[in-house]
Design a binder for this molecule. Sequence first.
Ligand code: SF4
Ligand code: F3S
Ligand code: FES
Length: 245
Amino acid sequence: MSGNPDPRQLSISVLRYHPQAPEDPPRLQTYEVEEAEGMTLYLALTEIREIQDASLQFDFVCRAGICGSCAMLIDGRPGLACRTLTATLSPRITLAPLPVFELIADLSVNTGKWMRAMSERLGTWVHYREEADLDTLEARMDPDLAEHIYELDRCIECGCCVAACGTARMRDDFVGAVGVNKIARFRLDPRDARDDGDFYELVGDDNGIFGCMSLLACDDVCPKNLPLRTQLAFIRRRLARQGWR
Ligand code: SF4
Ligand code: F3S
Ligand code: FES
């Protein structure tokens, strides 16, 4: 029950398509849901799946904006279903899967495959200067720097920044703001042995920082409010100097 004496009736249209069943063309299917107090899109979709249509596919794990798996296009804008209150939307809502990523079915896309390929390509782990000695304590890090790195590590790999980016739509191998943010994070890490020349090799081209057209949709939609605009500018400045561009 909603607790609201006059709850809104939501009309939720979902773009449905299963690549495994190409004989059924993509279609918009509309579900009617009574809005409840504090209802998120995730809760509305769960109600639809439990009561109206068990075949509807969408992803979720944490329901708390942490795992990044429930990202989708909400009225055309990438966002997290579990962090979007239906009260912030009009009663006619349209949902579609994130573009760019491989479609699994309906609202479910394979962001994991894309993120893994990007991470392997960019080496998104600390490349230590020397082999780790487990008996020696790691050198202390300046607290302000650690805080800065922690801020960039808050990325949940939801894919919203990639789905919103015009360059990512045009270039299959574009690393996106998520990739540049990771490069910025490891560029700052004093334990990482790589230098600007190494990072230039990784993202100093049109599939990296020089493919970014400063459209800034990534910065607008990131559900973790990561400072993507600042990171893109930081890496562009560093690597432009490196490559004399
Ligand atoms: Fe999602 Fe933001 Fe990370 Fe992009 S940078 S994947 S929008 S959390
Ligand atoms: Fe794309 Fe963001 Fe650059 S939207 S073009 S990565 S500023
Ligand atoms: Fe984990 Fe939404 S279900 S971010």
